[in-house]
Structure formats: C-alpha cells, structure tokens
Design a protein. Structure first.
Length: 170
C-alpha cells in the first residue's frame, strides 16, 4: 500500500468521466488499497480514483459505522429517496465546505475486489458519502452543487468528528 498524491480541484482530470473496470487485476486491488490508505491518512471519509489521477470507476467510503470500509468498483445508483441538506467537504478542495442537497436514502450496486456484485443501502451520512464519491466518478465536484463557505482545518476536523459521531449513534 502507498499514499497517493491527491489531485486538487483545478486539475482537469477531476472533470472527466471515469471508465468502467472490465477486469479485476492486481493493479485494481493495489488501487483499492492505496485509495483507502490515502483517504485514512488525510482524515477523509470517501475517496475516488480520479482524485489520484486515475479515470477508473473505483471509490472507497468509510464513515466508521457498522459497514466499515466499503470498496466499490463500477458503482451505480439504483434508487434515491428523501432529502438532506448538510455540509460537505472534499480532500480535493481543502479548506472549503458547502451545504449540498442530496438524497437521504440511496441504494447502490457495485462489484467488490473479488469481482462479486453486491448492493448497499445507505442512509443519511453514508448515503451522502456514496453519492459524493459517485459524483467524482462522473466528473462532478461537490462545489458544483454546494453553497460554499470557507473552513479552517480545526473546523474541518470538528465537523468530521461530529459527522462520525452522528453516524455511530444511529
């Protein structure tokens, strides 16, 4: 596993649509591991392959709840319902936070690292994290949808602690 360089919002690769993964190769497994390590090292809750410059439909999410680390290859949103309007941040847009309206509930299908299809139902914070990362795979950055505010590093850490605490208490 290795830490990867995080691409920032002015990088044009973040605006491109990622390509479907046709085969689970050792490079795909390494990328999954590296995405998780980089995300955790940067204190993130989600991370997508384009954020390290790779246009593959691969992302990871870990909101520190019962699902733990979720690895998604070729994720696709099957259903969305409800609405939430919460603050989000992004590792590719440091120091910026914004309120984004997203579905409260989401059903996603994807493939795991073993090539097995699965479905995942996400509610609240998990739904938001999944939709945020799938947006990355489609060349969309949260700032495209957000009412933007500036955030200090300490405010970001406190917001993430509170989000994780809320997710664990559900």
């Amino acid at each position: 596993m290795a830490l990867r360089h995080i691409r920032l919002e002015d990088d044009p690769i973040l605006r491109k649509t990622s390509k479907e993964v046709k085969e689970i190769t050792p490079a795909v497994i390494t990328l999954l591991d590296d995405l998780a390590e980089t995300m955790h090292s940067a204190d993130g809750v989600g991370f997508a392959a384009p954020q390290v410059g790779i246009l593959k439909r691969i992302c990871v999410v870990d909101i520190e709840e019962e699902n733990g680390l979720v690895e998604l290859i070729n994720p696709e949103v099957l259903e969305e319902s409800g609405e939430q309007n919460e603050k989000e941040g992004c590792l590719s847009v440091p120091g910026v936070v914004g309120s984004v309206v997203r579905a409260m509930n989401v059903k996603v299908k994807a493939i795991n690292r073993n090539g097995e299809p699965f479905e995942l139902n996400g509610e609240g914070y998990l739904a938001r994290a999944l939709l945020h990362e799938i947006d990355h795979l489609n060349g969309i950055i949260f700032t495209d949808k957000a009412i933007i505010e500036r955030e200090t590093e300490e405010q970001r850490k406190e917001r993430r602690r509170n989000e994780r605490r809320k997710a664990r208490n559900k």
